[in-house]
Design a protein around this ligand. Sequence first.
Ligand code: PEP
Length: 249
Amino acid sequence: MRKNIVAGNWKMNNDLSQTEALLADLLKQTKTSNAEVIVAPTSVNLYKANEALKSSDISVSAQNMHFAEKGAYTGEVSASMLKSIGVEIVILGHSERREYFNETDELLAKKVDAALANNMSVIFCFGEELADRKAGNEEAVVESQIKNALFHLEALAFKNIILAYEPVWAIGTGETATPEQAQDMHAFIRKTLANKYGAEVADSVSILYGGSVKPANAQEIFGKPDVDGGLIGGASLKAADFFAIVNAF
Ligand code: PEP
């Protein structure tokens, strides 16, 4: 059975002391749901976060990594470097990486391969822009993002892949997809996976929704049968709000 997962993407927020305060706050929260909890601090604070959360059941994820093992890639961080500090999950394909850092499906396929080769789990993000949805192209866009970055993988690789559908028009805008829009797209994503890998693989992959999820709307969105959790931006920066979302299951 696939897992329920709530992951917090802290983006480029929180210096060291703010990170320490948020980690301490997270440790004070009570989990009443069965969801797995992941937080993704900025790279300089990953070591600290992993140390602080080591004996809790909150896992730590990176927000990005390079595809190369090592070498002349100034400013970048490799999968093995993340592994060496105990980080075993990485978010790849976030729309902000696609938009501001020109990350293409082709590049993301290489990053996914590098993460999996290092036995990391990947939270793979994708989603259409507003213009795509207005033109009725949202399914075609999502299908091509998934196919281009992931469909070279063998079925077994999907044990280590979490999908995150994040319509770009809903990220950080306060505008959320309706629970029905989320469900329709998640069902389409699962059908796309089933067509390629079979129903067993498709049913085992967790598909998270991301885009302005808040304590007030989480329960309705997570109540949909193909929504297995959320990737949370803004609302993950306050421990109480984040855990209200975790406990919405
Ligand atoms: C995100 O950036 O992945 C995200 C979902 O952000 P927000 O929750 O702030 O819309």
